[in-house]
Design a protein. Structure first.
Length: 403
């Protein structure tokens, strides 16, 4: 009787690559001044076994401190290798044909509908002798492959609308799913098996406009939620001029900003430095993420923006802080209320590379501390605590100081 063994791909290995690449940009993917944005790409490549038909890829989000994200290109490369074995189980010769079909699909943020590829290939005819009673050898048997049915098949979509899911210090999840069927014609008595091994890369190329004067004229821009209707904004300046103007810009998408308040320079007599502490009251209670930045316009008409700062408005959100900060090797996390669960702890540099990683279990913990085995180079980092089997993520800026 007919025996058919279908095959579905899955993941064996994992590689995470981070690099800068040039990319094809459309007219919508430009900086406000018309310049071509810079790009940074995060991707994962996996070798898929024949037992899984659906696997998730977790790709790093865009760090908003690097600048303004203007578009995200989600892409995938798929290579599929197929092997088949066909044995005639009739007492007379039979000519067989095989029809192989598959659909590869990528779904996730920005991919509505999902991106997909359909593939069909016919094999044969295979003129097999009458069964000799010895399976998987002889003139009544044929082995097919390995046959590369997909070779670096490229799928992609450029996202220029709501970029909220791509912004942050965690990851964005995509799902790869392959489905298919194989039909054998010629007789009803045969033994058949098909297996496939796939190599899949999924990644995101972020196009962004880097921050202008951060670290020179505008420093230490921060935004924090006070209530569901109030946000505290703060920054400092050097080389301040009396005629400078500042605008608070707000976005709910992370890409389309509007001016919600204007502030004149508050220079003190005999000083070229200023510190700004500005409360901002929302017209209605906040929901989800909101994004803030400061626009500076000098008396000469030069315009610069700070990095984007995100503020999350969530009910019953536990507060989180890091100290001492700055530090060298000792890190302590402080929560506003007791926390339970298993967490992955990552320390990430400004380029999105993980420089230290560990796991911890919290049991009604208010705080947790640990020492780094070696101090990373001095600079700004981000500490991220992500729940292993849940949706909670705590993150904050960590400054590593020099010796």
């Amino acid at each position: 009787m007919k025996q058919c063994y279908p095959s579905v791909p899955s993941f064996l290995g994992l590689a995470i690559l981070l690099f800068y690449l040039p990319s094809q940009l459309n007219a919508q993917c430009l900086c406000e001044n018309g310049n071509v944005p810079q790009t940074i790409t995060y991707q994962q490549t996996r070798n898929i076994r024949p037992i899984d038909d659906s696997t998730n890829f977790d790709i790093m989000q865009f760090n908003p401190d690097m600048g303004q994200l203007v578009c995200a290109n989600v892409f995938s490369y798929i290579t599929g290798v197929v092997r088949m074995r066909l044995e005639n189980d009739e007492i007379y010769p039979v000519s067989y044909r095989i029809n192989y079909q598959r659909t590869d699909q990528i779904s996730g943020p920005g991919l509505t509908p999902p991106i997909s590829s359909n593939f069909t290939k016919n094999y044969g005819p295979y003129n097999l002798a009458a069964s000799d009673g010895s399976y998987f050898s002889g003139p009544d048997f044929v082995a097919i492959g390995p046959d590369t049915v997909l070779k670096a098949k490229y799928l992609s979509r450029n996202v220029t609308g709501s970029l909220v899911p791509f912004l942050g210090y965690g990851t964005v999840r995509y799902n790869y799913k392959v489905s298919g069927r194989t039909t054998v014609t010629g007789s009803i008595n045969y033994i058949f098996s098909v297996s496939s091994q796939d190599f899949v890369t999924i990644g995101i190329t972020y196009s962004f406009c880097p921050t202008g004067l951060l670290g020179t004229d505008i420093k230490d821009f921060a935004a924090s939620r006070k209530t569901n209707e109030d946000v505290q904004l703060s920054w400092t300046t050097v080389n301040e001029t009396k005629g400078n103007q500042y605008e608070i810009e707000l976005s709910k998408t992370g890409s389309d900003f509007e001016t919600v308040a204007k502030i004149a320079a508050n220079t003190a007599t005999g000083s070229t430095a200023s510190k700004y502490e500005v409360p901002y009251h929302l017209t209605q209670p906040g929901s989800g993420y909101m994004y803030f930045r400061i626009k500076q316009t000098t008396t000469a008409g030069k315009v610069s923006h700070t990095p984007i700062r995100s503020v999350v408005f969530e009910a019953n959100k536990t507060g989180f802080s890091i100290y001492p900060n700055p530090t060298r090797t000792k890190v302590q996390m402080q929560f506003d209320e007791a926390v339970n669960g298993n967490f992955n702890i990552d320390i990430v540099n400004i380029a999105g590379q993980i420089v230290h990683s560990r796991q911890l279990t919290l049991k009604e913990n208010i705080s947790f501390s640990f020492n780094l085995p070696a101090a990373p180079p001095a600079g700004v980092y981000y500490l991220r605590a992500k729940e292993v089997n849940g949706s909670r993520t705590f993150s904050g800026k960590l400054i590593i100081q020099a010796n």
